[in-house]
Write a new protein. Sequence first.
Length: 283
Amino acid sequence: MNSKLHPAEVAPRTNATGTVPTETAVEPGLLIEERRRRICDLLQANGRVTVIALAQRFATSAVTIRGDLSALERSGVLVRSHGGALLRREGDDQPLAVKETLHHAEKVRIARRAVSLIRDGETVILDSGTTTAEIAKQICETSLQSVNVITNALNVATLLANAPMVRLIMPGGILRRESNSLSGHIGEAALGELRADRLFLGADAIDPTLGVMTPHLPEAQLNLKMIEISRQVIAVADSSKLLRRNISLIAHVEQLDALITDSAAPAEAVEELRRRGVEVLLA
């Protein structure tokens, strides 16, 4: 009996060097980091990838793709399987280095939009996270003459440490290595003595009927103090975080002034947030 192969399982036509001809590829010519970011995006979208399909998509050899998957497995983003890889389970806590590769282009656009709101002399809070880290990078490239930045994130602080226009303030606390962030009573007490113009609040999940959520209770408590001392609260999150829930509620929808997300945000989520008084900015 003849069996039909799924198109993704059919070996692609290769040339003498073992690579796929570029005319059959969807995304040829990417740099290594670009290609690995796209593999992460495909994993997020589909839950699985195959070596054959990726080799065809990127016009490269199966050996190269296996090397990419091995590197991403070492980083913790995926689990290797025969002929491909699977996305790590939803409940697994991904390292910061892995999160940085996910939806990177969207995070850069969100960061640029966020920085456009900052004015000279303002005091802003950058919460921990990969999107707020992109905001820190964009601050370093702006024409701002002076800005005070409060952050509980070591990676954000490192990015801003040598920026001459930034006065950097860290409230202290206990280090959570997975997110490179500080939290706890020390940080909460220190924040109580400060005031900020804007808070850029990262999010693991946003439910448009509930608010911003995270799986980490100590960080949620610190975020509550950030909200309390800020004149304006702006959530920053790529569209993959919308219509999701998590354990700890950081901020009710009514506590948000704005959300900056990307243009792929689900229309129903955007509509509901706007109906509840949240300004939604699409980057």
